[in-house]
Ligand binder design. Sequence first.
Ligand code: AMP
Ligand code: GLY
Length: 426
Amino acid sequence: MKVLVVGSGAREHALVRALRADPQVGRLTAAPGNAGIAAEVPVRALDVTDPQAVAALAAELAVDLVVIGPEVPLVAGAGDAVRAAGIACFGPSAAAARLEGSKAFAKEIMAAAGVPTAAARVCTALPDCEAAFDDLGAPFVVKADGLAAGKGVVVTDDWQAAMAHAAECLAGPGGRVVVEEYLAGPEVSLFCLTDGTTVVPLQPAQDFKRALDGDRGPNTGGMGAYSPLPWCPGDLAERVVREVAQPTVDELRRRGTPFAGLLYAGLALTAQGVRVIEFNARFGDPETQVVLARLRTPLAGLLHAAATGRLGEVGELDWSEEAAVGVVVAAKDYPGQPRTGDPVGGLATAAAVPGASVLHAGTLREGDRTVSAGGRVLTVVGTGPDVEAARAVAYAAVERVDLPGSHHRTDIALAAVRGEIHLPAS
Ligand code: AMP
Ligand code: GLY
C-alpha cells in the first residue's frame, strides 16, 4: 500500500512511525513534514490549506491512501478533493468536519442525536452573553465558534475576563460566540475510528491543555498526554461509543454527510455521567503520540478500512500492556508568539534513553543543524510497564533535550501516578 500523510506535527510523526511499522505499507510519503519526519521518509512541499493541492499530490504519487492529520485541510475540503480524485482518504468531508469547525454545529448535532453535553447558548451580541453568564453561572466558559488551534476557549470565574473574551470572539470572523455550562470532572480524550457506520474506539488518553504546571496559564494545543488511565472505569470506551460516538456518526450519516475518519470525543466525567466537551474531526495532538505508542494492530490496514467502508471487518484491536507518557517541549513564549530559529540539541541522546522516542513538530533542518520552527517543537514519549515508569523515561529524555528558552510541564501524568484523580460521586 502506498500512503501519503498530510501534516507537519508530532502527531504526524507518530502516524509516520506507526505506518512505517506496518508491513503492508510499501511507499510512505509525508507532506510537508518536518525535520524528524524527513529523516525517516521522503517529504514533499505542500500547502495543506489548498484541497486541490493535496489531491494533486496524492494523484501524482499514485497513493492508495491519504491520511490527513490536521483539522485545517479537513475543514477546507481536502477529504472531498482526494476522494473526488478516486483515492481513499482517512479524514472526513468538509461537511462532516464541521463537527470540529463549528462548535454551534456540534451542539446542533448532539441535540439531534441525544448526546449529553454542556448546556450552551450561541450568542451574536454582548447582551446575549451577559444573559447567558447570568443563567449558566460561574465558572464562565466562553468559546470562539470557529477553529482556534485549542486556544479559543476561556474558562474563568472573572466576569470581566469572560466578557472581554466574548467581545473579542464577536468581533472575529463569524461574529458568534458559544457560552457554556461549566463541566466539573476529570477530562478524557477518546479517539474513535469510523467509516461512517461502524465505530471502533481506541484506548482513552488524557491531555494537558494548559501551558503551566497545576493546570495554570493559558490554553494551548496540548502540553502532554498519557495512556492508559489507571483511574478510569474499564467500560468507558464502550459507554462512550454507545452514548456519544455511535449516535453522532448515525446522525451525520442520516443527514447525508457521513463521517469517515477519526471522531475525537473530548469528554468530562461528571457526577451526572459522561459529557462531551468538544468534538474534533482528526487525531488529537499530543494524545496520538501516546495512544499509537501502545497500539499493536497494524495501522495502515485500520485506516484504510475506515476510509473504504470496511471497518466492520476489523476484529478486536491489539494493545500493548505498557503505558506511555508524552511531554511536549515548547518554544520560548508559546502559546503566545513563539520564538523560532533556536538550535535543537540533544535529540540523539534523548532518543537513546531506553523506552524513549522523540517526535518532531516545529522543527526544520538548516544545514547540519535542527532548528525550532514552531510553538510546539517536540513530543518526547516514554514507555514503561506502568504510568510511573513511562513518566520517568519521558522526563529522563526531556532533560537531555537542549533548546534555548524552551519550556515544558513537569507534572504530566503526575496526579494519576499519585492516585489523586477521582471520579465525582454521582
Ligand atoms: P475545547 O477547545 O472546547 O476542548 O476547550 C479547551 C479546554 O477548555 C478543555 O479541554 C477544558 O479543559 C476546558 N473546557 C472547555 N469547555 C468546558 C466546559 N464546558 N466546562 C469545563 N471546562 C471546559
Ligand atoms: N490535544 C487536543 C487536540 O488535539 O485538540
